[in-house]
Write a protein that binds this ligand. Structure first.
Ligand code: 1GP
Length: 245
């Protein structure tokens, strides 16, 4: 089954949780163990990517280890066209809609598309919107982060993604953000679009995950919590439970 079909099929029954693993933050074998923990706790997919230091080799090694350890789909969350791994099941074929640079809007995509076709990875089209504070990804992606009080701008970008024919919209506060995307922005965007909404960045507790889920995000992404929290299994387990109930 294609990964997008798997996502849409699951969304008919419940909200989804995805775990982001940055291949630059730990060894490939450690990444494999983290993916195993997350899958056991009920995460629905593993996303692999990061804003800096991601090489082709790190992507390949990390994804191979993750695939050895888990059966959940592995989706590339791309840094650039230079690190696309053939071991993944799918890739978010994304445009950073509020980037000031055409490099992140369409140029990396022009370079990456033929590679994706050749490798036979499933591209999943996604409009990626960076919201304040935006963190590293906002900086690297030369974004003009959406101000937290400008829900109208987020809605505009999200609708543009849908009208472009994209399959998903991602509201991103940035990995490690002190605050996640505001819930009123999540609910305003969700009420306007007809494609699934992903929200990530700065979600580190079940309470926060529940607030974002209650604002009707379809898919909630956490990354840092599994890398850093000392009682990560307990925290991640509670986050996944909050997303699902
Ligand atoms: C970043 O949205 C993801 O792209 C995850 O963010 O690391 O803050 O959980 P965190």
């Amino acid at each position: 089954m294609k990964v997008m079909e798997y996502i849409l099929g699951k969304l008919e029954k419940e909200r989804l949780h995805m775990t982001l693993i940055d291949p630059d933050k730990q060894s490939a074998s450690e990444a494999g163990k983290l993916a195993d923990i997350a899958a056991e706790l009920g995460t629905d997919a593993i996303m692999v990517g990061g804003s800096t230091g991601v090489t082709q080799k790190k992507m390949d090694d990390t994804i191979r280890e993750i695939k050895k350890n888990t059966a959940v789909p592995v989706i590339i969350f791309p840094t650039s066209a230079a690190a696309i791994s053939s071991y993944a099941d799918a890739i978010y074929f994304m445009s950073l809609l509020n980037s000031k640079s055409p490099i992140f809007l369409v140029r990396q995509q022009m370079v990456g598309a033929p590679v994706i076709r050749k490798l036979g990875i499933e591209p999943i089209s996604m409009g990626y919107i960076v919201v304040e504070p935006g963190m590293k990804v906002g900086e690297v992606g030369m974004a003009e982060p959406v101000p937290v009080n400008r829900t109208d701008i987020a809605v505009g970008y999200a609708l543009a993604a849908e009208f472009f024919g994209m399959s998903l919209v991602y509201l991103e506060a940035g990995s490690g953000a002190p605050q996640p995307v505001p819930t009123d922005m999540v609910s305003a965007v969700k009420s306007e679009i007809n494609i699934p909404l992903i929200v990530g960045g700065g979600i580190r507790s079940a309470e926060t995950a529940k607030r974002i889920a209650d604002a009707k995000a379809d898919i909630i992404v956490t990354g840092t919590i599994i890398e850093e929290s000392s009682d990560r299994e307990k925290t991640l387990g509670r986050i996944i439970e909050a997303v699902k109930t």
